[in-house]
Ligand binder design. Structure first.
Ligand SMILES: [Zn+2]
Ligand SMILES: [Zn+2]
Length: 162
């Protein structure tokens, strides 16, 4: 056995006498076996049963709109509105108005009089961030600022400033 190479000896040890020689292996390469994919086990479909067939038919309570008396139709979740679609917004508005009346009037803060940014008149600002004395001044200031921005853009080389 001493004349066999280490590789040959290992091969014989692994395969025994039935082992094909390396030359045979090279001549006829074994096709690589790809294991077939096993289909994934599937869950049985769930039976679609709503309830016992002989169960008594659920009577839906008959409801009427609190305000106009029109019959209401409930949904399957069991939620029933109190009012019809016509009366609900009216009722909501009434509630909102009542709540507004209940609320104490907002405290008016007295700000120091300032000068209008557009016309320069002195006026008492109703809000902290007020800049102009009137809506007209506000619009004018807006237009003026837009014009200035456009001029600046033209100076910087924008050909078609929006
Ligand atoms: Zn109604
Ligand atoms: Zn003004």
């Amino acid at each position: 056995m001493t004349h066999l190479s280490l590789r040959e000896r290992a091969r014989l040890r692994f395969h025994g006498d039935r082992a094909p020689s390396i030359e045979e292996l090279i001549a006829q390469p074994k096709p690589v076996e790809i294991p077939a994919k096993q289909p994934k086990a599937q869950r049985a479909p769930r039976p679609f049963i709503m309830g016992p067939i002989d169960a008594p038919v659920k009577e839906l309570p008959k409801l009427e709109c609190v305000d106009c008396g029109k019959p209401l139709v409930g949904n399957w979740k069991g939620a029933y509105p109190k009012r019809c679609d016509v009366c609900r917004p009216i009722h909501d508005r009434k509630l909102r108005v009542a709540r507004e009346k209940e609320r104490p009037p907002r405290d008016r803060v007295n700000y120091e009089p300032i000068r209008c940014a557009m016309c320069g008149d002195t006026f008492k600002p109703p809000r902290r961030d007020a800049v102009c004395c009137s809506e007209a001044c506000k619009m004018e200031l807006k237009i003026k600022r837009k014009r200035e921005a456009r001029a600046r853009a033209r100076q910087m080389g924008v050909t078609n400033p929006s």
